[in-house]
Structures are given as structure tokens and as C-alpha cells.
Ligand binder design. Structure first.
Ligand code: NDP
Ligand code: 2IT
Length: 444
């Protein structure tokens, strides 16, 4: 049996009931096949076996008290996946769907994504099955404090640096940081995505969405095309989605649909981002409100229908497995030319196949959404240097990083005989550096 097949088979046997982890590992190991064939030394060093096994998994209890005095218990996680090229780095997700499988898929993806940024960061992920939706600020604060009461002993600015993800934004990072500082008595760059008044970086809020659109624009430019005049559909209406919308609009695209977990809105004249931000960022409201406030906009219950809205570019920016084969076929039928993954693993393996067979420019998450963590690494650099860079400076670095990643994955795909396959290109380009670092450091 081939090395890759054996590792994948053993991974599934030894980690049963972890479908998301299996899915991410399958995508990655299949993509790595051409590289693994050229490097027989990987098998001798059991490199793939070590690569798919997290260095450390931390599971803990998070008890907290709601405003009515009732006690609740949630699960807390931190998966410290790989520290070969730098301290563990990756977000915290607070969402009821969080479980070990989800944490491990996100952690494994993060290892290669962080490598692709070209910056010295290893990969990790964490979170909780806590649902911040509908909770008061004080409830969220008490939860974050309880979460940090355990997490603090496992993180550090040179060891493991968490950040935000679904359900964890500026508010949560503030509460988490405050508690860390209180326990440890140190004002350290131990979390990124901090507020600008206490060590955060300009552009971090915008970074994932902006970075995604910078990469899409570069991919289109390389084909003599651009976002100007393109019809764009964006799923989600959270941090990544809102700033993808902002940058796409600034480059002349028309964003015609967005969603939250209840349903989607269409606005054929183009989404009014000021109204959307007011509802989502300021009021923490539901997207159906948008249709009530904006003339010509329509609300449709349920999310999946959004992929039936005809568009040139699709940017899934909500969560994993939003686009299955059927949705992908619908997008292709309606003429989509480019899909950029803002979310992590938003397309199923079957969906990816549909896009690739149809010749759609498919930019996979670990490359396309790397702008967020790259800017987190820039925040770490600013923290260590005790300085702030301007918006223009950070934005220029972000753009350069995204353009570089695009060309690296494009080159890797060509070099390994799978031209235009950016799934393979991203996996190979990200993995080669991690593999080199792991081999150099011995059997650890
Ligand atoms: P937010 O919490 O800000 O927003 C998430 C959005 O996705 C919301 O609109 C939410 O709707 C929707 N959503 C979440 N879960 C589901 C679900 N199960 N079904 C349908 N809709 C859902 O998160 P982010 O914008 O930060 O993250 C979005 C994606 O981008 C995630 O996959 C994340 O891992 C990825 N990502 C984030 C980065 C960052 O810097 N924040 C960096 C790189 C990737 P509702 O409000 O109704 O729940
Ligand atoms: O998935 C991701 O890359 C993130 N949620 C951002 C991680 C980070 O450390 O900024």
C-alpha cells in the first residue's frame, strides 16, 4: 500500500467519529501526493504520521454563571498542533458545533496556512461549544474569564498565541486579555486581534476579508481580468464576510447576496454595507433586518438557496461544508468563474471536484484566508518591537503577502505537475517548509 494511503487509513482507524478531521486530512494528504512521491525520506522519518498527530490536545471544563444565577458548564479546547516553524498560532471559536473533530481539522489546516504566510508561526486552534448568541455582555465576560482561568497556563507570547474565529471578535478578545493580564500580571502579546488602545494592530479587523479579495483580484489579473463589474455572492455576514464585501466593492464589484445562519438577503442593486455593518457589528442583529431597511432587498429563509443566486465570483465566508456538490454544480451552471474560500473548509471534497472539473479558479481556504493570521503575525511583531505601524503600512504588507501566496501556490502546482490545481499547490507549498523544519529538528 502506498505511504499516503496507509497514513490516511490509519488516521481514520485511530481517530473514529472525527469526520471533519478526516475530510481535512484527506484533502491535504491527497494534495501532497506528488510531493511525497518525490521525497522518500519522508516515509523513513514517519513524517506524515507525525504531521497529522497534534503535538498536544488540551480539554477542560468551563463553568460559568448566567445573569439569572444559573450555573452552566461548557467544554474548552486548545489543540497545539505543530510548532516546527514557530509558536502555535490560531483562533478560538465559540459555537455550539465545536467538538474535537472540528478543532483538529481547523488546527491541521492552520499549520499549512501559517506556513504559507511566510512568517514564523506554527499552528493551533481552540474554542468552546459555548454559544455567545443571545447572551448579555456580562455573561460573555464571565464565560471568557472562566475560559481564561484554565487557558492561561497553556499559552504565552512565545509559546501559543490565540486569536478570534467564529463567535470570538474584539469584545471576547478584550475580556480574555483582561483576565490573562490579571492572572499573569503581564501585558504581553499573548492574544492577537486586540483593541487598538491596548496593543492591537491596525488592519487586523479587516485583514481576512481584505486579504481574500486581494488574492482573488491577483488571480483574475493574471488571467487578464479583474473584479471590476463582477457580480459577487458572499456567504456569512460576520467579520470575514463584511470586510470581503468592503474590499470587493472598493475594487468595483457588486455584492448581490449575503447570509447569516437564519437566511439570506439579495440586493441586486448592490449591498449597502453601512446598513449591513450597523445591523451586524453595532446591533448584533439578524440579517432579515436588512431587507426591512433597504428598498429593493429581499429576505429568504434558509441559507443554502444563496448558491442559486447567479454570480461571477463566490466567496464562502461563514463555516465548513457550506458548498456541497449540488451547490457547486448550481454555481457552475450559473457561470461562476472564481471561488475564493474565506471560511475554513467551506467546500466539501465533492464540491471541490465539481469546481476543478469545470475549470473554475478555485482558491482554497488555507491560502485565500491566510490574511487574517498573517496580520496577526504582524501584530505580534509590533508587540515585540513595542511599536505601531500605520494602516497604510500594514495594509501594504498584507497585500504583498497575499500576492506572494498566490504565486507560491501557483508555482508549486506547476512544479509538481498539477498546474492550476491550487488545492494541491497550497498543500505542497505549505508542507515543504514544515517538513524541512521537522526533519531538521529530529524525531520530536
Ligand atoms: P463571525 O462569527 O464573525 O461570523 C460568522 C458568520 O458565519 C456569521 O454570519 C454566522 O451567522 C455565519 N455562520 C457561522 N456558523 C454558521 C453555520 N453553522 N451555518 C450558517 N452560518 C453560519 O466569524 P468570522 O467571520 O470570523 O469567521 C467566518 C469563517 O472564516 C470561519 O470559517 C472562520 O474559521 C474563518 N476565518 C476567520 C478568520 C478571522 O480572522 N476571523 C481568519 C481566517 C478564517 P450567525 O451570526 O447567524 O451565526
Ligand atoms: O482561521 C484563522 O486563520 C483564524 N481564525 C485567524 C487566526 C489568527 O491567529 O489570527
Amino acid at each position: 500500500m502506498q505511504y499516503t494511503d496507509r497514513v490516511l487509513k490509519e488516521l481514520k482507524e485511530r481517530n473514529p467519529n472525527e469526520p471533519e478531521f478526516h475530510q481535512a486530512a484527506t484533502e491535504i494528504l491527497e494534495g501532497l501526493r506528488p510531493a511525497v512521491e518525490r521525497h522518500p525520506e519522508y516515509e523513513r522519518a514517519a513524517l506524515l504520521e507525525r504531521f497529522v498527530e497534534p503535538e498536544r490536545v488540551i480539554l477542560f471544563r468551563v463553568p460559568w454563571v448566567d445573569d439569572g444565577g444559573n450555573v452552566h458548564v461548557n467544554k474548552g479546547y486548545r489543540v497545539q498542533f505543530n510548532s516546527a516553524i514557530g509558536p502555535y498560532k490560531g483562533g478560538l471559536r465559540f459555537h455550539p458545533t465545536v467538538n474535537l473533530s472540528v478543532m483538529k481539522f481547523l488546527g491541521l489546516e492552520q499549520v499549512l496556512k501559517n506556513s504559507l504566510t511566510g512568517l514564523p508561526i506554527g499552528g493551533g486552534k481552540g474554542g468552546s461549544d459555548f454559544d455567545p448568541k443571545g447572551k448579555s455582555d456580562m455573561e460573555v465576560m464571565r464565560f471568557c474569564q472562566s475560559f481564561m482561568n484554565e487557558l492561561y497556563r497553556h499559552i504565552g507570547q512565545d509559546f501559543d498565541v490565540p486569536a478570534g474565529d467564529i463567535g470570538v471578535g474584539g469584545r471576547e478578545i478584550g475580556y480574555l486579555f483582561g483576565q490573562y493580564k490579571r492572572i499573569r500580571a503581564e501585558h504581553a502579546g499573548v492574544l492577537t486581534g486586540r483593541g487598538l488602545s491596548y496593543g492591537g494592530s491596525l488592519v487586523r479587523t479587516e485583514a481576512t476579508g481584505y486579504g481574500l479579495v486581494y488574492m482573488v483580484e491577483e488571480a483574475l489579473n493574471c488571467r487578464g481580468d479583474s473584479l471590476k463589474g463582477k457580480k459577487v455572492v458572499i456567504s456569512g455576514s460576520g467579520n470575514v464576510a463584511l470586510y470581503a464585501c468592503e474590499k470587493a466593492q472598493s475594487l468595483g464589484a457588486k455584492v448581490v447576496a449575503m447570509y447569516d445562519s437564519d437566511g439570506y438577503v439579495t440586493d441586486m442593486g448592490g449591498i449597502d454595507l453601512a446598513i449591513m455593518k450597523q445591523i451586524k457589528e453595532v446591533e448584533r442583529g439578524r440579517i432579515r433586518e436588512y431587507a426591512a431597511r433597504k428598498k429593493g432587498a429581499e429576505y429568504h429563509a434558509g441559507c443554502r438557496g444563496i448558491w442559486g443566486v447567479p454570480c461571477d465570483v463566490a466567496l464562502p465566508c461563514a463555516t465548513q461544508n457550506e458548498i456541497d456538490a449540488r451547490s457547486a454544480e448550481l454555481l457552475v451552471k450559473n457561470g461562476v468563474v472564481c471561488v475564493g474560500e474565506g471560511a475554513n473548509m467551506p467546500t466539501t471534497l465533492e464540491g471541490i471536484e465539481v469546481f476543478q472539473r469545470a475549470g473554475v479558479v478555485f482558491l482554497p481556504a488555507k491560502a485565500a484566508n491566510a490574511g487574517g493570521v498573517a496580520t496577526s503575525a504582524l501584530e505580534m511583531a509590533q508587540s515585540s518591537g513595542r511599536m505601531y505601524w500605520s494602516f497604510t503600512e500594514v495594509d501594504a504588507k498584507l497585500k504583498q503577502i497575499m500576492v506572494n501566496i498566490y504565486h507560491n501556490i501557483d508555482d508549486a502546482a506547476r512544479l509538481y505537475g498539477v498546474e492550476g490545481n491550487y488545492v494541491a499547490g497550497a498543500n505542497i507549498a505549505g508542507f515543504l517548509k514544515v517538513a524541512e523544519a521537522m526533519l531538521a529538528q529530529g524525531i520530536v
